[in-house]
Design a binder for this molecule. Sequence first.
Ligand code: NAD
Length: 491
Amino acid sequence: MRDKLYINGEWVAPLEGGALPVINPATEEVFHYIPAGTAPDAEVAVAAARAAFDHGPWPRMTGVDRAKILRAMAEGIRSRLPELTRLEVMDNGKPIPEAEWDLTDAAGCFDFYAGLAEELDGEVEEIALADGRFTSKAVREPLGVAVAIVPWNYPLLMASWKVAPALAVGCTMILKPAETTSLTALELGVIADEAGLPKGVLNILSGKGSIVGQALIDHPLVDKVAFTGSGPVGSRIMAAGAKDIKRISLELGGKSPFIVFADSDIEKAVEWIMFGIFWNQGQVCSATSRVLVERSLYPALLERLVAETKKIRIGDGLEPGVLLGPLVNKGQYEDVKRHIARAVEQGATVACGGKRPEGFEKGYYLEPTILTDLPLDSGAWVEEIFGPVVCIRPFDTEEEAVRLANDSRLGLAAAVMSADDERCERVAAAFRAGIVWINCSQPTFTEAPWGGYKESGIGRELGRWGLDNYLETKQITRFTGKEPWAWYLKG
Ligand code: NAD
């Protein structure tokens, strides 16, 4: 486990000497200290990334050569899968199969963007101009020094979604992991070194968002901030970027709906509702936390959902067979409990869960929770809870379900289930959300665009769309006319 910052290819102690405890959410024990970077460290890291961009080889290499290093980074993650899995579980609380899944995806992300880096070589778009005296072409270039700020729910995976495309196009960068989960992000420094990434191309600064994160987003030599996290911090990043017109991409929260029509198979509906909200302890931006069920199916579905939810094995993520670990930290745990208590005050019924499971003295454990009878203006129905809490209600018509689904300031994801394909397509088209699942909820693919409508963000990550976050487009226009231009010099 690293206890230094990774700056300009070296492991260095933070200049102001601070450290932050790393707490295992399953035991509440401190098992390590990570370095707490501050503004002076941000200064050095930005200077290193700037120099590597302005004068170093990385942006000037061919995509084919960058791809070799990205593939070596993918391999570096895969070859360390057991140790990285353990770190992710102890840092975040997620069960082993989830951590393995995330880390395998993270490696796949580096492979995927290696492929796109190769395709970028020589990419030129000739532009047909109406004026035949000119020819024009568009080329794309790396936009410079990027800062990636990531949350704690998928520590290395969220970092990879930003680091892999940024490196693929030739940007240099500073990665700022969340203060509660920095261990695997710091390991990426070792992996980058071994893969042969030139010095200064990737710098990794752990530390508090309000201190080192703020110093990075305020820095005038940073060209781009790519952020995943909460809405309030996203707004702050936009405001900071407004000062010097930084490029900003934001992946923020969600309060995503899942509409289940009565012709759905009840078994499949229950499975996907559970996967949609209990995976990763519900700490998923795209979690389908508002479930709308057609009234004739509602009683039977609710009964089965409650029965299956009660069977979920809760425990320390390191224990085999566990499917629900603790929440990530004390703050998050208290927050989710507050949401549940407030929902009850506002009229909700707790169909199951809502409390600490029996037999757990320590750890931030919460039973998976199903809330019904919520008023439409209650906090739990409207606000992102970011925990294993699903709100469920019946509906009568397709029009009503779509209206309720879209009645949110957030628009990250939405899901629909029905045996009627045409209805699914109709509802998918009506959703105001960036990600739509039909007959499932949550599967995420590196090849497909990811991001939100409305207050859920700006821009798209993943797929070829993920490259656009780190590229500038340049037009190169040439005068080829036979006659002189003769505006001033008439001859
Ligand atoms: P957060 O906004 O509190 O923190 C995210 C990151 O921002 C952390 O690294 C933190 O240190 C940093 N940060 C905090 N204050 C900062 C500041 N002033 N300047 C710069 N950086 C700062 O969010 P969180 O609690 O870590 O994550 C949960 C949130 O993230 C949820 O709202 C969730 O929906 C969202 N999320 C969205 C996606 C997505 O893809 N849309 C994915 C995961 C999480």
